[in-house]
Ligand binder design. Structure first.
Ligand code: ZN
Length: 428
């Protein structure tokens, strides 16, 4: 791999293909896994693929050139954060998210629903849900200090930045995401938690269904209004928590949904996903969703979960974990996950992972990483993030190749046998 290319200049590929498509090159005969290509106006994404998260139009501490060099094919940003700052009109004026952040490839934005309902308001864990007053939902939805209020039309919420009040509806989410200009957008949905009651999950799913139709309509209107802009694909989001009937109903309804001739270009699988049931839930959904459209597993990125997602038919993944834990000195390696600030690395002059080809591992030692973390040097975040993102991107790339070579099961057994075994011993 090329070293971190401070001198390389990203090239934008605007206008080469204004449409969106998904081609499947190979379907695994032993599982739901497939190998394909998502074509976007900003270039292709070879799938399965891991998409690093740049929440506010930056993957914290890492240059876009470095992300390109480590093999990232696309980035995902958050509509909620970009709506609050700098504002979607700024991104529109800049020529869209990719150009604004100097990223020479495809981009995704989530709808803002998850952040509105969990992150922004979750700082105080006071998510208010007004329709049901059962005890379980009350645990999440205290009446005091509510920062988000859900109704059938949308969500009213308080900015986590300055306390100002805002309102997201399906239409507003589509307008914001069209202005931000990512290649792949997600429909506005109500994201619930595992702690919500079954009646509340049903209600939230009905809302998500109604909002999905409104998203399709507004998406079509905006696509026509913003003629000449690169086409932005819209993915519907499958909710339903841990309930088989709800997940299957959501996949059936959104998979076949069409409004005014507009249907979803792909799908996100979102909401509350119990780690132990991840494969089961994803397989319920992916056995129903149209085979010829891409499926994105939202917010999942731990190595063991990526294997489960791929073998159960997911094409793309995003997760903030790789960069977030890197900033706390935690790194993924074939020897499991461990913390570089641990004193046992003070005189360890080997790379973070001797099998890793990233810029950090080819130029720095664990002892140096230990030093910069202990000294709270900014460089620690940059170097550790480059390694972790490369580790996860490369792992999913290896899964893609293994599917083509017909040895996915061997890769999975080999990787997890080493990674999980060592993680149990080495995690600190
Ligand atoms: Zn590395």
């Amino acid at each position: 791999m090329m070293p971190c290319g401070l001198m390389s200049k990203p090239e934008f590929r605007f206008g080469s293909a204004l449409s969106f498509s998904f081609d499947i090159q190979h379907a695994d005969s032993n599982s739901l896994a497939r190998v394909g290509t998502i074509n976007t106006p900003h270039g292709p994404i070879q799938t399965p693929a891991f998409i690093p998260v740049g929440t506010k139009a930056t993957v914290k501490s890492v240059l876009p050139e470095s992300l390109k060099d480590l093999g990232a094919q696309a980035l995902l940003s958050n509509a909620y954060h970009l709506y609050l700052q700098p504002g979607p009109d700024v991104l529109d004026e800049a020529g869209g998210l990719a150009k604004f952040m100097n990223w020479p490839g495809p981009t995704f934005t989530d709808s803002g629903g998850f952040q509105v309902l969990s992150l922004g308001v979750g700082f105080k864990k006071v998510l208010a849900m007004d329709a049901q007053t059962t005890r379980h939902d009350d645990v999440i939805a205290g009446n005091k200090d509510r920062l988000a209020h859900v109704d059938d039309e949308g969500v009213t919420f308080k900015s986590h930045l300055d306390g100002s009040m805002h309102r997201f509806t399906p239409e507003v989410s589509m307008q914001v995401q069209h202005q931000i200009g990512a290649d792949i957008m997600f429909a506005f949905d109500e994201c619930t938690t595992l702690h919500n009651t079954r009646p509340y999950q049903e209600l939230a799913m009905e809302r998500t269904y109604a909002w999905a139709i409104r998203c399709l309509d507004e998406h079509k209107r905006l696509t026509q209004e913003r003629v000449g802009k690169p086409y932005q694909a819209l993915f519907g989001v499958i909710q339903g928590a841990q309930y088989e009937d709800l997940r299957k109903k959501a996949a059936t309804d959104l998979g076949s949904m069409e409004s005014n001739g507009q249907s979803f270009d792909g799908f996100g699988i979102g909401g509350a996903l119990d780690k132990g049931q991840l494969g089961t839930i994803v397989s319920w959904v992916n056995k129903i969703l149209p085979e010829n459209k891409p499926r994105h597993l939202l917010g999942i990125g731990a190595p063991e979960d990526l294997f489960v997602g791929v073998e159960n038919g997911c094409d793309t993944f995003d997760c903030v974990l790789a960069s977030r834990i890197a900033r706390t000195s935690a790194v993924y390696t074939m020897e499991g996950r461990f913390n570089l600030s641990n004193s046992r690395f003070k005189r360890d002059f080997t790379p973070i992972d001797s099998e890793c080809d990233c810029y950090t591992c080819t130029h720095y030692t664990r002892a140096y990483m230990h030093h910069v973390f202990r000294g709270k040097e900014i460089l620690s975040a940059t170097l550790a993030t480059i390694h972790n993102e490369r580790f996860i991107v490369r792992l999913v790339d290896q899964m893609r190749q293994a599917l083509l070579d017909g040895n996915f099961a061997d890769l999975k057994a080999d990787f997890l046998g080493r990674y999980l075994h060592r993680s149990g011993q080495a995690r600190d």
